[in-house]
Design a protein around this ligand. Structure first.
Ligand SMILES: Nc1ncnc2c1ncn2[C@@H]1O[C@H](COP(=O)(O)OP(=O)(O)OP(=O)(O)O)[C@@H](O)[C@H]1O
Ligand SMILES: [Mg+2]
Ligand SMILES: [Mg+2]
Length: 678
């Protein structure tokens, strides 16, 4: 039964007079977006929203009480939008059994769904994702210098900003702008949390997202709601669509998302907008911001060298491209090649540039950073300086903290921000709840091992170093007993009556066998010959050895933007695993120190049949390539298969404690998080 209310459009109607139909559609759109929280006085001028249920037979009738002025404007286009929303809200409002036929009654006129059905207006979230996906370009990035386009990227950005009517408002955004190779997202997230804790209304724009594009936009620390997203998304989309020309086509994905972020922050009147650069700096679409309050440059290293250049100097020059004349800037300790360029550029622009040391435990006063890994002390130190500079420039530092003692520790609000900032997929630990819930519903708890995922989206050499250090430290802390060899394992296990392998001697937890597994994928533009050996070496140097590596294709692709709710299980196992086999070959070479010649057929066969549970027992030291098969690793044809295989292995064996490091790709990390949440 569907319940909906009769709503009157009093004030909306006044707003509509003389407007074009697009405005009508948008306002109806806005009203419906807000309808599930019940329209109240004040929301976009909607006068009232009285509950009145109208249900005739199995048809649902929507009555819109409005005057003839509104009716005149409320043309078929608005009805189409209305009809789409009836469908959308059916889900969102959790109303059940909606009739397939919707009758919209406008005073005495009725329009049935048949007459409007052929015009589905794309206002759903999924439709927004489709629209976003259509902006993904495979073209060479033209912002840098493509002679075939009339306007350069930043010129186009300025034009889009004019179309959206944002140019004057952007100056009021009080931006903190952050570029760098690694640590941008973390630094921005710390800044956001600190300034929110200081009492400011914050906007945060980061990239990329892990599961859902909404993650990129936070208001006051919270991911933007679907309603707000849709409101601003379709607003921007329609305004731009109306104005595009051959010379000024729709912006590519990241440019659009940047514009959307700016639109959201302007409309939501944030006190501070913290904006992460997408790629590089100088030509990045976020560099349309002309007058940030303060700029930050995080750790520099080698990434996107195909675009930014293959030396640290070239990379640093791109990043320094966000400096603005006389606007203060902060950076972290860098290699001399990078630092020289930053300093030189700062000098040219009269930018006061300060190099900030990592945050010390003393300044943290015993408080633990919410983002793990020693590298976060570097990011947090930078964030603290950016916030102090922002507060000083805006005249707030003295107001807020003049009574604070002058010792070296940070103000309470800063400590609260630093200890609560959150960002998924960066040094994140997830204990698989699937095993836990099975235990709760009555299975024998002792018959289930442990499965812990360590997720970090590192994908550049420097970030892989940071990730490897974090992982090896954190698993070291968790070790209860020395690693057991496979022969010892063999002696200890027996199969119990219900098919589980159990320890034959002793019950206590110290008998748990920790097995470190690498679950890996990276984009083909990355160099696994650099990344994988670094990962193995750094972990080994602190005594952490991987038992096995599993290579999988990611589910998410760069050709489609998906929502957090899109169905991951429909994913079809990838047929083309050539890249994963290549990764496997690099891995085996790293482990064995030599190339093991394998022919293609053998490898494909290996991916089609999943490894037996015993696969997990042989540690790398005991792996010897035999019978033409790789012994230290496996390629799985899909990620869901790999995760369920790991779950089954842990579930069926109480002696196993699987510590799975997921890294190499933020897409992979996002996909695993999505699977684990289901
Ligand atoms: N200061 C740092 N030094 C080295 N590695 C870091 C540092 N900060 C973060 N990392 C690594 O980089 C990964 C991504 O961190 P973060 O999201 O903060 O950086 P980013 O610059 O936004 O990255 P991206 O290029 O993916 O947008 C982390 O998971 C971690 O492995
Ligand atoms: Mg990057
Ligand atoms: Mg980022």
């Amino acid at each position: 039964m569907l319940y909906f209310s009769n709503f009157r459009l009093g004030a909306v109607e006044r707003n509509l007079r003389g407007r074009n139909f697009r405005a009508v559609v948008e306002i109806v759109h806005i009203m419906l977006l807000h309808s599930n929280t019940y329209m109240r006085r004040g929301i976009l001028g909607v006068a009232c929203f009285d509950r009145k249920e109208l249900l005739r037979d199995d048809k649902v009738t929507w009555e819109i009480g409005c005057s003839s002025h509104f009716l005149n404007a409320f043309n078929l286009a608005a009805l189409k939008a209305f009809h789409s929303f009836v469908k959308i809200r059916q889900k969102g409002l959790q109303y059940a059994n909606m009739s397939s036929e919707t009758v919209v009654t406008l005073n005495n006129r009725s329009v049935t769904s048949e007459s409007i059905q052929e015009c589905p207006l794309p206002f759903t979230y999924e439709a927004a994702m489709e629209a976003l996906s259509s902006l993904i370009t495979r073209k060479k990035r033209d912002g840098y210098s493509n002679p075939n386009v009339k306007y350069k990227k930043l010129e186009r950005m300025s034009m889009y900003i004019q179309i959206l009517g944002l140019e004057e408002h952007i100056a009021d955004l009080n931006v903190i702008h952050v570029a760098g190779t690694k640590g941008k997202g973390s630094t921005c997230t710390f800044c956001e949390a600190i300034l929110r804790e200081c009492g400011f209304r914050t906007g945060l724009f980061t990239s990329p997202h892990l599961i859902d594009v909404k993650e990129r936009f936070r208001l006051n620390g919270l991911e933007i709601s679907e309603e707000q997203f849709l409101l601003y998304f379709w607003g921007c989309w329609n305004q731009l669509k109306d104005k595009v020309t051959e010379d000024l086509p729709m912006p590519p994905l990241f440019q659009f998302l940047t514009l959307l972020g700016l639109k959201i922050f302007v409309s939501e009147k944030v006190d501070v907008a913290i904006i992460e650069v997408g790629l590089g700096g100088k030509y990045d679409s976020t560099n349309v911001i002309q007058d940030p309050v303060v700029c930050g440059i995080t750790s520099l290293g080698f990434d996107h060298t195909e675009i930014l250049g293959d030396t640290l100097e070239k990379i640093a020059l791109h990043k320094a491209g966000i400096f603005k004349p006389q606007v203060p800037a902060f950076t972290v300790p860098q290699l001399p090649e990078a630092m020289d360029v930053l300093k030189q550029r700062a000098h040219e622009l009269e930018v006061p540039l300060q190099v900030i040391a990592p945050l010390t435990y003393k300044r943290l006063n015993g408080v633990k950073l919410s983002l793990s890994g020693n590298h976060q002390l570097v990011n947090a130190g930078l964030a603290v300086s950016l916030c102090i500079s922002w507060l000083n420039t805006k005249g707030n530092w003295e107001k807020l903290f003049q009574n604070d003692s002058s010792d070296d520790s940070l103000p309470e609000a800063f400590l609260r921000g630093l200890s609560t900032a959150h960002l998924s997929g960066r040094a994140q630990i997830v204990h698989d709840s699937c095993l836990g819930s099975r235990n709760q519903i009555g299975d024998d708890e002792s018959c289930s091992g442990e499965l812990i995922f360590y997720l970090d989206g590192a994908h550049s050499p420097e970030s892989i170093d940071a990730c490897a250090k974090w992982f090896s430290n954190v698993v070291k802390e968790k070790i209860h007993s020395p690693l057991l060899s496979s022969s010892e394992v063999g002696n200890m296990e027996e199969v119990c009556s219900n098919g589980c392998i159990q320890h034959s001697n002793g019950e206590d937890e110290s008998k748990t066998i920790p097995k470190r597994i690498l679950l890996f994928n990276c984009m083909e533009m990355r160099d696994p010959e650099i990344i994988l050996p670094r990962l193995v070496d750094i972990c080994a140097s602190s005594g952490s050895h991987f038992s096995k590596a599993i290579f999988v294709p990611s589910i998410s692709t760069y050709s489609k933007v998906t929502s957090g709710t899109s169905d991951i299980l429909l994913n079809i196992p990838s047929k083309d695993l050539a890249w994963q086999f290549n990764l496997q070959r690099v891995w085996e070479r790293t482990i064995h120190g030599r190339d093991i010649g394998m022919n293609k057929n053998v490898k494909m066969e290996a991916a089609e049949s999943l490894p037996p549970p015993e696969f997990l027992y042989d540690d790398i030291s005991r792996c010897n390539p035999a019978n033409g098969k790789f012994s230290c690793s496996a390629v799985f044809p899909s990620l869901p298969l790999a995760v369920s295989w790991l779950r089954n292995s842990a579930r069926d064996n109480p002696s196993l404690k699987l510590q799975v490091l997921v890294t190499g790709s933020l897409h992979l990390v996002g996909d695993v998080l999505k699977l684990l949440r289901r």
